[in-house]
Design a protein around this ligand. Structure first.
Ligand code: SF4
Length: 87
């Protein structure tokens, strides 16, 4: 039987999207997680809602404007349409 040792410090870290299993931040170049008061703190649920709002907002624009945005920022693709279809 293998005994797994759990680091108590990891249990006190927030449920942040950017927190790795080792308790490191993959968003910022800092040593320790800043906790829930961090300006970049975001739960996976908040991230999903944000993506959904982004997709809805871009999809609501007229086709000509969507094509301009796609060409300028997304190399011609429209990832917001795929995001909307996945909902
Ligand atoms: S709360 Fe801030 S510091 Fe901690 S993992 Fe998230 S983004 Fe990084």
């Amino acid at each position: 039987m293998k005994i797994v040792k759990i680091d108590d410090n990891l249990l006190h870290l927030p449920d942040c999207l950017y927190l790795t299993e080792r308790g490191k931040c993959e968003k910022l170049s800092i040593e320790d997680c800043q906790g829930e008061k961090c300006s970049f703190f975001q739960t996976p649920t908040e991230n999903a809602l944000q993506k959904q709002r982004w997709a809805e907002q871009l999809s609501s624009l007229d086709d000509c404007l969507q094509k301009k945005i796609a060409k300028k920022y997304y190399a011609g693709s429209m990832p917001w349409k795929e995001e909307a279809q996945n909902r």
